[in-house]
Design a protein around this ligand. Structure first.
Ligand code: AMP
Length: 543
């Protein structure tokens, strides 16, 4: 068979930076810094400084394949680290600084990071675990000389000092595209965190997918506020996709409260933004309080946990902003699926359209999905049958980093997500639960996510979690743990009546507990493990 005669260029992340510098040199990267002021520069500046940093890594003795960790907020220096570390052939290891200190040291030791890049905010955490970090040789503090904090740490270097002495000439190595580029640990709720080792090829293909209109559709006319943290799957991969698209980049640093986000969206004329529902909830209450509008914003990507219907409505009805509901995970790059309506849906009424919009949507090209039963048999695409969601594709993990007896990928190549989902006849996937969060009542499954979405649809409810509580007759029954909106006085009966209007009678939760706050994990998701521990002995009125 004849081979094609096209050129062969490796899909490596440095090629994205080179493209961005050559074709969009003056596009801005705007960052709110840890110190609170605004920093602005261009793709051209970022590329020059990334080359200086690549030289600095060599000076520090970092070699190909070495892991280099970051504990940092979203900002321009973090972006420079991304490209310099991965681009030079080392492995970028973004560590989630919101994890417990023991998990942070576990992750850094497991990854065997040799150098750490740390924002001043996280220096105290690093100092507290420094004695446990067996492989770390140097710590680079991501600030200039004036902002260098006092620290008892001995092996620290100031980022700007490090760059100052380096040349801006650097030839990016033409790596094999299958070379490891980055490492991320999942914030799994059980057992030790597990590492996903990405390749240059997987990251470049993932960025291509995000630029395509069937997913995020980033382009050169966008100004993108990237709220989702760079320590969470590379800000959902946007650190690469944005530069590939030539989009203006806006970073909030640590300032992620509703008022700060609203100000950035409007000051920087952002057309697109990405975040988890918790952030959007804070934005909504800030906007409600100030009466501000969002004149530039035209779409938001919401993922990380299910986007409640009420949020889609608020964005669209109050601010004329389109919501793109996305699903994914650390193990899938993270982009797995995205929800877009099709021409045939134009004739549906508002309710019919909303039923689809609340789904997590279809895979983008490069990803394939299926649902299987407990015996691993594929289930029908009828929108009713639900089972374990499995995924495979160009940017899906083939197994965890340095884990023995890893059973996460089936013998026929499908990665088991731990999510439970339906897929309808048109191919729209909907997550109904995490495998371990499903409520099993008398042999029937009740979706905790459905009940949570309905509960937060009530005007008086700010946030709600539904968990399984042991029941003598039904094995498990649902309990709602809810947070009232400020000033609201809603009681148990009214919330249960509201839920009962939307679900079958046997799915109506058995009780409601109001709390001031719900526990969240390191990536902003509800921490149901903590809730289950807290309410494990709870006696339901029906028991
Ligand atoms: P992480 O690896 O921390 O990004 O977590 C991935 C998990 O978050 C998935 O396996 C899902 O359980 C959950 N998740 C992500 N996006 C969504 C979504 N749109 N709806 C429901 N769950 C989601």
């Amino acid at each position: 068979m004849a081979m094609g005669m096209m050129q062969d260029h490796p899909l490596i992340v440095s090629s994205i930076l080179e493209f961005a510098e050559r074709w969009f040199p003056s596009v801005e990267i705007v960052s709110r810094t840890v110190e609170g002021d605004m920093h602005r520069y261009t793709y051209k500046d970022a590329a020059r400084r990334a080359r200086q940093l690549a030289n600095a890594l060599e000076t520090l003795g970092v070699s190909a394949g070495d892991r280099v960790g970051t504990l940092a907020w979203n900002g321009y220096r973090h972006l420079e680290c991304y490209y310099a570390i991965a681009g030079s052939g080392a492995v970028l290891h973004t560590v989630n600084p919101r994890l417990f200190p023991e998990q942070i040291s576990y992750i850094i030791n497991h990854g065997e990071d040799r150098v750490l890049f740390v924002d001043t905010t996280f220096l105290p955490v690093v100092a507290s675990i420094r004695h446990e970090l067996t492989t770390v040789e140097r710590i680079v503090v991501m600030c200039d000389r004036n902002n260098m904090p006092d620290t008892e740490l001995e092996d620290v270097i100031c980022y700007e000092d490090l760059l100052d002495s380096e040349s801006s000439e650097f030839e990016w190595p033409q790596l094999d595209e299958y070379t490891a580029s980055a490492l991320c640990y999942t914030s799994g709720t059980t057992g030790n965190p597990k590492g996903v080792l990405y390749s240059h090829r997987s990251m470049v293909l993932h960025a291509y997918a995000e630029v395509s209109p069937n997913s995020i559709g980033m382009c050169a006319s966008d100004s993108v506020l990237i709220v989702v943290p760079q320590f969470h799957v590379f800000a959902w991969g946007t650190t690469f996709a944005a530069l590939m698209a030539g989009s203006k980049v806006v970073y909030p640093g640590p300032h992620m409260d509703g008022a700060s986000i609203a100000k950035l969206l409007n000051d920087e004329a952002c057309t697109l933004s990405l975040a988890v529902p918790t952030i959007w909830m804070m934005l909504m209450s800030a906007l409600k309080a100030s009466g501000e509008k969002l004149p530039h914003l035209n779409r938001v990507v919401i993922g990380g946990s299910a986007c409640p219907e009420a949020m889609i409505r608020s964005f669209e009805d109050l601010y004329d902003v389109q919501v793109l509901h996305a699903w994914g995970m650390t193990e899938t790059g993270p982009l797995g699926s995205m929800c877009h309506l099709e021409p045939k849906h134009a004739s549906l009424d508002a309710e019919g359209k909303m039923a689809i919009r609340c789904k997590q949507g279809k895979p983008v090209y490069g990803i394939d999905l299926r649902i299987v039963d407990d015996a691993g048999q594929p289930l029908p695409h009828d929108g009713v049958a639900f089972g374990q969601l499995q995924v495979r594709g160009h940017w899906v993990t083939s197994g965890y980093y340095r884990v023995d007896a890893d059973a996460s990928v089936s013998s026929d190549g499908w990665f088991d997500t731990g999510d439970v989902a339906t897929i309808d006849a048109d191919g729209y996937m909907q997550i109904t639960d995490r495998t371990k969060d499903v409520i099993k009542s008398g042999g029937e499954w009740i979706s905790s996510i459905d009940l949570e979405n309905i509960a937060v649809g009530h005007a008086d409810i700010a946030e709600a979690a539904v968990i399984a509580v042991p029941h003598p007759k039904w094995d498990e029954r649902p309990l709602v743990v809810a947070v009232r909106k400020p000033g609201a006085t809603i009681e148990r009966e009214a919330l249960l009546t509201h839920i009962a209007a939307s679900v079958a009678r046997w799915q109506v939760p058995d009780d409601v507990v109001f709390v001031d706050e719900l526990p969240h994990g390191a990536t902003g998701k509800l921490n149901k493990l903590a809730l289950r521990a807290q309410f494990g002995d709870y006696t339901l009125p029906t028991a």
